[in-house]
Design a protein. Structure first.
Length: 195
């Protein structure tokens, strides 16, 4: 069951973390922006890391829903498998793009915060599973291997866009993903037809 007050705090904190970075945002900043007494804030979230982990879980759901919405209308299995890269391309070109929240949280909180590491890893695993599922639907063999390769390209594009500001990173990753899919199809003797 959803708790509106908790959801409000997570939404406010998420925006603060994304805009200013994890280290720069204190629980007092969250209190002021959310309009929640500090004592109540700590009752809901015993630490900033706990709050950050909830923000990351929210971002995970939002990101996967957005990718899903992007690929839902695509019928061709290969185009669907490449759809997440098209999603990235759109996202990188948005004026408010500030990079990958998960990379930022991991970089700022790091291994010192197991709860944050777990949240980041859960998101990365969920995205890898989605890409593997999309690869499998193209009819190729070794979808696990191809899914892992697509996940590396997906995360690599985010890292390049985040750290260098290269808005073409998703396009480069998409071309590489197409080559991975083409190679996997070419090496699959059970797959007939051309692409």
């Amino acid at each position: 069951m959803s708790d509106p007050e908790r959801d409000h705090v997570v939404a406010v904190a998420d925006e603060l973390f994304y805009t200013h970075g994890v280290r720069a945002v204190t629980m007092r900043h969250v209190r002021d922006a959310a309009g929640v007494p500090l004592k109540r804030l700590y009752q809901m979230f015993p630490s900033k890391d706990t709050l950050l982990a909830d923000c990351l879980a929210r971002r995970d759901l939002t990101a996967r829903a957005a990718v899903g919405q992007r690929i839902d209308a695509i019928e061709d299995p290969v185009a669907r498998a490449l759809g997440p890269f098209d999603f990235l391309d759109d996202w990188f070109r948005q004026p408010g793009f500030r990079g990958c929240v998960f990379a930022g949280a991991f970089g700022e909180a790091g291994a010192a915060s197991p709860i944050v590491v777990t949240a980041v890893q859960a998101h990365k695993q969920a995205m890898r599973e989605l890409l593997t599922e999309l690869a499998a639907k193209t009819g190729i063999r070794d979808a696990d291997v191809v899914g892992a390769q697509l996940a590396v390209l997906f995360d690599g594009a985010m890292a390049v866009a985040t750290f260098t500001g290269d808005t073409d990173a998703a396009l480069h990753a998409r071309r590489a993903a197409q080559a991975v899919l083409d190679t996997a199809t070419w090496h699959n003797p059970d797959h007939h037809g051309t692409r």
